[in-house]
Design a protein around this ligand. Structure first.
Ligand SMILES: Cc1cc2nc3c(=O)[nH]c(=O)nc-3n(C[C@H](O)[C@H](O)[C@H](O)COP(=O)(O)OP(=O)(O)OC[C@H]3O[C@@H](n4cnc5c(N)ncnc54)[C@H](O)[C@@H]3O)c2cc1C
Length: 411
């Protein structure tokens, strides 16, 4: 049975998926979103993510910017604590001014909730399910699911993250597409026992950094652990206890708040552990299937840029599908061409950010601390220039021109 290319299955309901669904619906397509988790992740789940310049524009064009701004984390200050020494305080607005004049930090779960609420009336969501197989023929894709009945779609888009299921089904194992940046991250929720409000506290040693920040809507806090490892660690990705052991081994000394924070790890309601790895694919479309966001071109978690490319990628893909008038080959080609430069630039962010975020040697820790201490004391113009220099790869994301996708055909 022929199926129209306007019927699009999107796998993943986090950032890229619902953003794509919103724009597809706006352009006259019929998106269906399938999400593995049984319900939308609790509104405040996940971690703090950053929307910069072009992603803020997209949120504004969706009419969601005021909601996004109202939900922002309101973390204004980073305090680098050094046991026995004076802490170093850094204004977040100064740090991000070097990247973009437009910035909103928001919990990823909050952003997802806003996007879901904006689409749920027009888009079919199927929670608690996952694609089992994709079988493409001349005029459509036959899809089977883990739970629901099989269905046919015109196009399928994988918006299912770093370890994308759609990528695996269409392009095979993720190993050839992984590019390890030399570190790991762990995140979990804990009580806000320090009573943090509007500030993040952090501790750093060569090759290791920990930050704790408040989630103002819940009164809880999140701890983020980052550490360098020259080689990838071999561990079972489904074994949470083994991952917790690795984190404890990497942060075994009894200093700062480490013992107290790590004591909260066992009782944590959530725990995310992964390598800091990019996804690099020469092309992320095949036939009637394409990828968007982390699934196709993650610039690596926690080191910046992922949410911007996910939002912009979703917007551009929908725009190219509209412009191609149903010709998916032309649309996917246009989408990859339009995103290519942005994706390449986003890959420069992680390695640069890691130098400041996880200084590798005692000398680098010292240099980073000096910079953090001194730059805020310089005149405003010089400060902005220095931050901008340090943030050059992230700043490059500003350059993308999104204007041409703005108006629907015939509008
Ligand atoms: C700890 C941490 C900190 C981060 N910090 C930042 C930051 O400061 N700034 C920044 O810009 N970015 C940051 N990121 C990255 C950012 O979260 C991602 O780049 C962004 O969320 C990408 O969105 P996405 O929709 O492409 O993928 P994801 O947000 O990963 O969403 C994928 C979705 O697909 C679903 N899914 C997975 N498998 C299946 C399946 N088989 N079937 C159906 N659904 C499935 C998942 O449940 C999820 O809902 C961070 C990431 C992490 C992990």
């Amino acid at each position: 049975m022929a199926v129209r290319s306007t019927e699009v299955l999107v796998s993943g309901a986090s950032v890229a998926g619902p953003t794509l669904a919103w724009w597809l619906h706006r352009h006259g397509f019929t998106p269906t979103v399938v999400e593995r988790t049984p319900a939308l992740r609790a509104g405040l789940g996940g971690h703090a993510v950053d929307l910069f310049g072009p992603a803020v524009d997209v949120a504004e064009w969706m009419g969601l910017l005021s909601q996004v701004q109202a939900a922002r984390t309101q973390t204004e200050l980073v305090v680098l604590e050094r046991p026995g020494r004076r802490p170093i305080e850094v204004d977040v607005s100064g740090l991000v001014a070097g990247i973009s004049a437009r910035h909103v930090e928001i919990m990823r779960g909050e952003l997802t909730s806003i996007l879901y609420e904006a689409t749920r009336g027009d888009v079919e969501y199927r929670f608690g399910d996952s694609i089992r197989s994709l079988d493409e023929d001349g005029d459509g894709v036959e899809v089977t699911f883990e739970h629901g009945p099989p269905r046919r779609f015109g196009l399928v888009v994988g918006a299912d993250g770093l370890h994308s299921n759609v990528r695996r089904l269409v392009f095979g194992d993720e190993a050839p597409f992984r590019h390890y940046l030399g570190g790991y991250l762990g995140v979990f929720t804990l009580p806000n026992y320090r009573g943090l409000q509007g500030r993040m506290v952090a501790w750093s040693a060569p090759g290791r950094t920990v930050a704790m920040y408040p989630v103002r809507q819940t009164g809880e806090a999140r701890a983020l652990f980052l550490f360098r490892a020259a080689e990838e660690l071999h561990h079972d990705h489904t074994d949470l206890e083994a991952q917790k052991r690795l984190l404890r081994q990497a942060f075994s000394e009894r200093t700062w708040e480490l013992p107290r924070i790590l004591a909260a790890l066992d009782g944590a309601p959530d725990f995310y552990f992964d390598s800091i790895t990019q996804i690099r694919m020469p092309s992320w479309s095949r036939g009637r299937v394409t990828l968007v966001g982390d699934a196709g071109y993650s610039p690596a978690p926690a080191v910046g840029g992922g949410t911007v490319v996910a939002v912009v990628g979703a917007y551009v893909l929908a725009g190219e599908l509209r412009a191609a008038g149903g010709d998916h080959s032309r649309a996917f080609h246009g989408y990859e061409r339009a995103m290519g430069e942005l994706v390449r630039r986003s890959r420069g962010i992680g390695p640069t950010t890691m130098k400041t975020l996880i200084p590798a040697t005692p000398r680098q820790v010292w240099l980073t601390n000096q910079a953090l201490r001194l730059i805020p004391r310089l005149p405003g113009m010089l400060q902005r220039r220095l931050w901008a220099f340090q943030a050059r790869p992230a700043r490059a994301l500003e350059a993308v021109d999104l204007g041409r996708y703005r108006e629907p055909a015939g509008a």
